[in-house]
Design a binder for this molecule. Structure first.
Ligand SMILES: Cc1cc2nc3c(=O)[nH]c(=O)nc-3n(C[C@H](O)[C@H](O)[C@H](O)COP(=O)(O)OP(=O)(O)OC[C@H]3O[C@@H](n4cnc5c(N)ncnc54)[C@H](O)[C@@H]3O)c2cc1C
Length: 389
């Protein structure tokens, strides 16, 4: 597929980054993809995939060199997310969540915080990002988790739900409200909580439609005492920090969704070139060609937009919320459509578990829901056109 090979050449990766991407492709093809069906069926956490990812030192790529990382480009990171997610979406999101949770520390942490925590991340620590609560999903400003200062500590009380990696993470970036600030939005703060902190408990693990090997858990923080030194950006700094961080994690979840979309598209194209009906390969029917033409076109446009938004991040731009929302929304809608169309093109075989398109369709659905539902992204994009008076 020359067209997609050409698209993959858009991000200006260095020779070192291209070599790393080749190693990631080999890992995805030879180890992660063959194990994906097992992990989907058993819903076991894919520890051997995480060990293999860490053997390649992949966490280091998004950590600056001065803190023990490799400091590679954002585009190289996105390309790796897409490769791993195409092979096993659950493993892809487990790994990408390390970035989503720890990028705010890289961007907003103090020197002391970065020196203390980032070398562990670079070496392969798992991380979680805890925002959502049972009664605060799309509107995070209604979260009720409370951070009460007490001398050199902060005492945390509250519950979080649907937290990816929540039960396995070494470090959790937790959002809550500073007890001394009354204003709902201005009280939001962020703190790093370490695994094993007394009072931190896993309440339940979700049994999900897809991404079955990535653990999604409800967490309780019952009087957790955390050093105040772990507070990111100070009391009340959480909301701007969160919004700025989402602009960098949304392209990442889009790359993950595009991995699913690519996998579905490639499987579909291979199948329609083999499957014969009425004496012809089904790819020769015009109705099938129109479907695949629409998918290929949208995939190409969306991938080009991924590299456009990656370029904005690389250039240090900060005001690109609508572009990041467009990307997340379109990539995830496309993942769902590509996977559903792939099942359709496989006919009855697509509905059975012998082919991975069945899993891809289940895996695709959540991409339209997490990291801001696509309704919320439409709001973000639409609102950006309201003229300021
Ligand atoms: C597998 C999985 C992994 C997740 N991982 C994480 C994680 O690691 N960390 C984390 O913090 N969270 C995580 N989440 C939570 C996820 O981000 C939320 O589920 C999502 O933000 C939606 O919140 P909600 O489920 O409470 O839905 P709600 O906010 O209750 O929304 C319900 C429906 O109403 C719609 N809706 C809500 N408000 C509006 C509006 N203003 N206008 C129009 N429509 C609206 C929504 O689009 C949706 O269709 C995860 C969820 C899942 C299922």
């Amino acid at each position: 597929m020359q067209l997609f090979d050409r698209l993959d050449r858009i991000p200006p990766l260095s020779e070192e980054e291209r070599q790393l991407l080749d190693s990631v492709r080999a890992l995805a093809r030879d180890e992660i993809a063959p194990r994906a069906e097992h992990y989907d069926r058993t819903a076991e956490f894919p520890w051997d995939n995480i060990r293999a990812i860490n053997a390649l030192g992949l966490n280091a790529m998004f950590v600056p060199e001065v803190y023990g990382g490799a400091g590679l480009s954002y585009a190289a990171y996105l390309a790796c997310v897409r490769e791993i997610s195409a092979a096993c979406a659950a493993t892809g999101i487990i790994w990408a969540t390390n970035f989503h949770a720890m990028k705010p520390l890289i961007d907003f942490g103090t020197e002391a915080q970065k020196r203390a925590l980032l070398p562990r991340v670079a070496e392969g620590a798992l991380a979680a990002l805890a925002i959502t609560e049972p009664a605060a999903g799309s509107d995070a400003t209604h979260m009720t988790t409370r951070f009460a200062p007490d001398g050199d500590d902060v005492v945390i009380a509250g519950n979080k739900t649907f937290i990816t990696n929540g039960d396995v993470a070494d470090l959790i970036l937790l959002f809550g409200k500073w007890s001394e600030i009354a204003d709902d939005r201005k009280a939001i703060s962020a703190i790093v909580v370490e695994k094993g902190t007394p009072g931190l408990a896993v309440l339940r693990k979700e049994d999900k439609m897809g991404h079955r090997a990535s653990s999604t858990v409800a967490l309780a923080f019952d009087g957790c005492r955390v050093p105040r030194a772990n507070l990111l950006g100070g009391p009340g700094a959480g909301l701007p920090l969160l919004l700025a961080s989402l602009n960098k994690s949304r392209p990442s979840v889009a790359a993950h969704a595009l991995g699913i979309a690519r996998a579905a598209f490639e499987d579909a194209v291979a199948y329609i070139n083999e499957r014969r009906q009425s004496g012809r390969r089904i790819v020769e029917f015009q109705g099938i060609q129109f479907l695949i033409a629409d998918l290929a076109t949208d995939l190409a446009m969306c991938e080009a937009w991924l590299w456009h938004v990656a370029g904005l991040v690389e250039r240090g731009e900060t005001d690109f919320g609508p572009e990041a929302s467009m990307l997340k929304m379109r990539a995830s809608d496309l993942a769902m459509r590509a996977a559903t169309d792939a099942v359709q093109l496989f006919g009855g075989y697509g509905y059975c578990k012998d082919y991975r398109v069945e899993r891809l369709m289940r895996d695709a659905k959540i991409t339209q829901i997490w990291e801001g539902t696509n309704q919320i992204h439409r709001q973000v994009i639409g609102r950006s056109f309201i003229a300021k008076r």
